[in-house]
Write a protein that binds this ligand. Structure first.
Ligand code: FES
Length: 194
């Protein structure tokens, strides 16, 4: 991959959700975490530390920015394109900021038959998100104009018997028909999610 193609691939467009996440910084905590992870692998397998380092970055910054990819590559001692391959391979990693509350709706068979597409349409309507802006290959995440919400389809979340299911940030919700979309959002917008 040429340098400019690589730069384009790792660029992180601003989204309305960006205001909810601190920009990437190579903090002492990140360096400490990376050193800890790198120490767990032999020198010839340093690249195995990429995954936990990326998890740490996304947990603290909401997504994996170009700076995060470059920093990880420098730290591990591999090309940035190798880190980018990991980021784009795993659907759990994001390259742009989600909303403050990120909703992942399962769209695999049981959930699809149980109404997950109808749930997604209802969520988009309530969040003022254009459902056509969800493109699984290029724009898997759609963020509401206010930046509070974002949605994404996910593959089987391993609770097929309680379809349709959804994750809001790290919270699991079962049996979420479209009629429960508004109540689900209220749990979070009112600050009573736990
Ligand atoms: S199909 Fe949705 S959890 Fe398995």
């Amino acid at each position: 991959m040429s340098q400019s193609a690589l730069e384009a691939s790792i660029a992180s467009p601003e989204t309305p959700g960006s205001k909810h996440f601190p920009p990437f910084v190579a903090s002492p905590q990140l360096d400490e975490e990376a050193n800890l992870r790198l120490a767990q692998f032999p020198d010839d397998q340093r690249r195995s530390a990429v995954l936990p380092i990326l998890h740490f970055i996304q947990h603290h910054h909401g997504f994996i920015s170009a700076e995060g990819i470059q920093w990880t590559a420098d730290k591990v001692g591999i090309e940035p394109v190798k880190v980018l391959e990991v980021v784009t391979f795993y659907p759990g990693f994001r390259q742009s900021a989600p909303g403050k509350f990120h909703v992942r709706v399962c769209r695999t068979l049981s959930c699809a038959m149980g109404g997950s597409y109808e749930l997604m349409n209802k969520l988009c309507e309530l969040m003022k998100i254009d459902p056509d802006s969800l493109d699984p290959h290029h724009h898997p995440i759609a963020v509401s104009p206010c930046g509070t919400w974002s949605v994404e389809f996910a593959e089987c979340l391993a609770s097929c018997g309680t379809a349709p299911v959804a994750l809001v940030n790290d919270d699991f919700h079962e049996g979420v028909g479209e009629d429960k979309a508004e109540a689900l959002m209220k749990q979070y917008s009112s600050g009573n999610s736990h």
